[in-house]
Design a protein around this ligand. Sequence first.
Ligand code: AHR
Length: 323
Amino acid sequence: MRWMKLAAMMAVGGISAVAWAQPGKGGAADKLTVGFSQVGAESEWRTAETQSIRGEAEKRGAELKFADAQGKQVNQIKSVKSFITQRVNFIVIAPVVETGWEPVLREAKAAKIPVILVDRGIKLSEAGEKEDLYTTLIASDFVEEGRMAAEWLAKTTGGEARIVELQGTTGSAPAIDRQKGFAEGIAGHPGMKIIKTQSADFTRAKGKEVMQSFIKSEGKNITAVYAHNDDMALGAIQALEEAGIKPSIDVRVISIDAVKGAFESMVAGKLSATVECNPLLGPIVFDTIERLRAGQTVPRFIKQTDRLFDQKDAAEAIKTREY
Ligand code: AHR
C-alpha cells in the first residue's frame, strides 16, 4: 500500500512542512523511493556527492532512482517528470542552473511529491516563492565561500593582486554566488583587481584551456588565480607549469571545494588554498526526508558550514579527508 499524504505542504514564515501517514509499514510496497536528478560528473566534488547520496540510500534501505543530467537542465526536467510519473515519494534535485524550474516544480507540487534541493539553489519569481515550490535547500553558502577566498587572498598579498577568475557553469548558483562573494571581499582593497574572468564550466580540461588563454593575453601581469572550484584550479596549475610559471610562488592559486586532489596539490606546494564545500550530503538529505515523513517541520535553508585550508594545514588535514 502506498503512503497517503495527510497534509499539503505548509509554508509559514519560511518554514515548510509535509505530514505523511504510513499505513502498512514494512511491506515491500512501502519502501521509500527517492528520485535524484544529479548535475553530472564534471568534478571530483560532484562524484563525492553522488557517492554520498547513493551510499546513504543503500544504508537506509531506500530505493534511489538516479538520473545523470550530463550538465543539461533539459535532461533534469525530463527526469523530474519521469519521477512524477513513477510516483516516487520524494524528489531530490541538484539544479544545473538557477532559473527555469517553476513549471516542473508546479507539476511535482500538483502530484503532492515534496522536492528537496541539494547543494545548489534556484531563483523563483515572486509568485513562485509564494507557491512554496520546494520544501528545503540543503547547501553551503556560496557567497560566503567567495568572500572567504577573497579575504585570504587580501591577507596573504597585502591587498595587492592582479587576479584572473575561472568561473563555474554560467547561470549556476555557485558561479553566480562565488563571483559575488569574491567581488564583495575584494571591494575594500583598491589594490586587488580582477583583470580577466571567464567560465571554464567547473572542469579541469576547460580550466587549463581558459588559463592558457589568460597567460597568452596577460602573461606575467597575473599574480593570482581565483577558481570557483578545485578542478579548474588544478587545470590552471597545469597551464601555469607548462608556461614555466611556478604556481603558489609566482602566482597564488585559490579555489573552492577542498577535494583530495586539492590537498595533494597543496602538499606539493602548488595550490595555495581552498575553501571547503561539503559534498557529503547523503546523511543530511535522508535525515531531512525522515523528519518530513514523521510530520516534522524543516527550515527552508539547511546551511552547511565551511572552512578554509591553506598549505600550512594541508599535510595534517589530508590524513582525515573523506573526499
Ligand atoms: O554546486 C557545487 C559545485 O559544483 C562544486 O563546487 C563544483 O565542483 C561542482 O561541480
